[in-house]
Write a protein that binds this ligand. Sequence first.
Ligand code: FAD
Length: 415
Amino acid sequence: MTGPHRIAVVGASAAGLTTAKALRSRGYEGTLTLIGDEQHLPYDRPPLSKQILAGTWEPDRTALCGAGELGALGADLLLGRSAVGLDVAGRQVLLDGGDRIGFDGLVIATGVTPRRLPGAGLAGIHVLRTLDDALSLRLHLLGRPTVAVVGAGFLGAEVAAVARGMGLDVTLIDPLPVPMYRQFGARIGELIGQLHTDHGVTVRCGAGVRRFLDTEGRVSGVELTDGSVLVAELVVVAVGARPAIDWLADSGLPHRDGVECDAFCQVIPGIYAAGDVASWHNNHFGTRMRLEHRMNATEQALAVAGNMLGAAREFAPVPYFWTDQYDARIQAYGIFPADADIAVLHGRPADRTFVVGYGHQGKVAGVLGWNSPRELRTLRQLVVDRTPWPPKASLREAAVAELPDQGMPTTTARH
Ligand SMILES: Cc1cc2nc3c(=O)[nH]c(=O)nc-3n(C[C@H](O)[C@H](O)[C@H](O)COP(=O)(O)OP(=O)(O)OC[C@H]3O[C@@H](n4cnc5c(N)ncnc54)[C@H](O)[C@@H]3O)c2cc1C
């Protein structure tokens, strides 16, 4: 028999589960072991900071599959078990408790884990990554605390929007000049900041956290680097995440910002990575990337399953990301380099219905839509085609003036 016949998948969430399902649907009949350190059956994360936090969905609506579907996979499902090491030469995953899972094909799909801040061990300080995090945070928000959200990336911005929607007093804090600065630059970030201000959030960008104020082991406020002090009975720390790769530390596999794969998502022969944990070379853009995007977890998992079974296809997608804040759905295809040019391609920023393009190295690198899903889907083709910049047929020069003019950021990062 050619190809693998004992595949282990570490990480039982979006990327891991999709890989397992895709392997079976493509005809893989060998042993399949799915290992995940959470107790829950696989569930979806985007609703956690939206519908679950807002209380509009019951938790079971986040399930990525039912118990029956999982059973039909014919996989050994090891939930509540952590991989703690990897013996590459011996082709074994080491589990907590000492068990070893042998493999001839391995998928690393362990995602990311939230970054913490010093002093964030106080009661009342939350992070949001898991279903349990979301349920705990919602429960505490129902107590109507004064809220500070530290970190104005997509996650912090979504949490601030939901907490404000619950009528709470919310401050959104970030050391960068505007929300989502790293993701989309200053001009779109300024619009997002205005959106929050319009809804009554206090936006405190340009100052970081110096320390949390401690009242008998519980957070009572936040001191910022500019010396100001805010009252906060509940703090959400949303300052990004780091790849969950501690278990690979002694494996010898290449890892820095994520597990480093080639253009086929392969780390070394027989070992692949997918989802938030994977850094790979995307030849569509000619650059290495690691994405914390839900759609990527699925697409990369499908690519990995195919390549494990011999497809030998490069994974070179146009990345897709969305965020929901109040009545704004912001969607983005492509990449958004720090030194990109920006131009309005559809609609008007003043109406909060528009699409902007980002130009980089003479080509359209990304398109971002604000409440414009249909037009954005059409304009995505500019990124697929790597259309020369500026894409003259689509330009709306008059509307550019409606974008706040703050220049572009000096760094890039992920959502
Ligand atoms: C609150 C929230 C909201 C989001 N909203 C959006 C959005 O609006 N749009 C968007 O595009 N993306 C969004 N995302 C990102 C999206 O959810 C992720 O890109 C996606 O979940 C990645 O899937 P993954 O399987 O790679 O990683 P994960 O979902 O992180 O799954 C990895 C799994 O591996 C487990 N694991 C880790 N280490 C080990 C180990 N050593 N042993 C065993 N198991 C291990 C983890 O516990 C986890 O269950 C959001 C994420 C969060 C947290």
